[in-house]
Design a protein. Structure first.
Length: 77
C-alpha cells in the first residue's frame, strides 16, 4: 500500500519559485503548487510507506534553502 501526504510549505519572501523548482526535482514529489493563504506552496508527496514520506520530508525537503516551516498532512483515504 502506498502512502500520500500534503506538505504545506512556508517560504522566505521572494523564494517561492526557487523552492518550488527544488521540490519538483525530488523523487516522490508528485505535484507542487504555489497557493495563497497562510502557506506559500502545497506539495503532494507519495511513498511506499509512511516512513518513506517522513524520510523524504526530513532529509530532502527541510534542507532546501528558503523554506521557513512545513506542515505534513498524511492522507487517510
Amino acid at each position: 500500500m502506498s502512502a500520500k501526504a500534503f506538505v504545506l510549505v512556508e517560504v522566505s519572501v521572494g523564494k517561492t519559485k526557487e523552492v518550488a523548482d527544488a521540490l519538483m526535482k525530488l523523487k516522490g514529489v508528485k505535484t507542487v503548487n504555489a497557493v495563497t493563504g497562510p502557506y506559500d506552496i502545497i506539495a503532494v508527496v507519495e511513498g511506499d510507506t509512511l516512513n518513506e514520506i517522513g524520510d523524504l520530508v526530513t532529509s530532502k525537503v527541510h534542507p532546501i534553502a528558503g523554506i521557513s516551516r512545513t506542515v505534513t498532512c498524511l492522507t487517510i483515504s
